[in-house]
Design a protein around this ligand. Sequence first.
Ligand SMILES: Nc1ncnc2c1ncn2[C@@H]1O[C@H](COP(=O)(O)OP(=O)(O)OP(=O)(O)O)[C@@H](O)[C@H]1O
Length: 261
Amino acid sequence: MSAYLDLQNIDMTFNTAKGTFNALKDVNLKVQKGEFLALIGHSGCGKSTVLNIVAGLLDASAGVALLKDKEIRGPGPNRAVVFQNHSLLPWLTVYENVKLAVDKVMADKSKAERKDWVMHNLKLVHMDHAADKRPGEISGGMKQRVGIARALAMQPDVLLMDEPFGALDALTRAHLQDSVMEIQAELNNTVLMITHDVDEAVLLSDRIVMMTNGPAATIGEILTVDLPRPRDRLKLSEDPHYHHLRGQVLEFLYQKQRKAA
Ligand SMILES: Nc1ncnc2c1ncn2[C@@H]1O[C@H](COP(=O)(O)OP(=O)(O)OP(=O)(O)O)[C@@H](O)[C@H]1O
């Protein structure tokens, strides 16, 4: 029996104009149902490649990715992705953007049930008040909230987030992190999130997967974040254990995997 999500001996080689490039080498990762994992590593180490393999957007050159014991082949509604830059359709309202995804995965449900489900998910991210607005009329943080609502509405087995808050200012980012923690407490999703932000990784995750630098990048260390939940950013800022965990990630990134300038 494998884990809920199980990456086994994943290699990824890209064909480029200059020849082949070995991005990932022997990546092995087991994720349990309901775990929140952050993937961290220097720019270009292969985080998005790992995420895209799980999303089914890329095929690994070798190895196998299993979700619920089934090999991942191509994208599917059981894996929803939230990208750094929202991918909402500008001509549709917030409500319609989420409804599009709901119609796809809940075609068997009645119109009223689907409507309720869209609104329920917009409420989860505190965006029900803006259901009739178009993406051009709301802020960047609000757009990311809608993107998260759309992903949650699909009830994916795994929620994949590629630097979902990377383009937001610090305050908006903090609000969204709090929302994600609230939602996680309620839904207990299995989440794989890429981040460059050490504090974000420690605050949100159950484990932090730290990748070595490429080429032939792999998982260097995995840190278990054994901080009790619910987590409060203000209290954590005075918690020595929080600082210890944070220090371990920093040490991995800036000593063990220090990048030549
Ligand atoms: N389609 C591709 N063809 C060739 N090389 C690629 C391709 N996609 C990614 N790479 C290379 O593979 C490596 C890993 O890329 P990837 O985007 O996964 O890194 P990352 O850790 O997500 O980076 P960042 O943090 O900057 O987003 C990089 O060296 C990148 O240039």
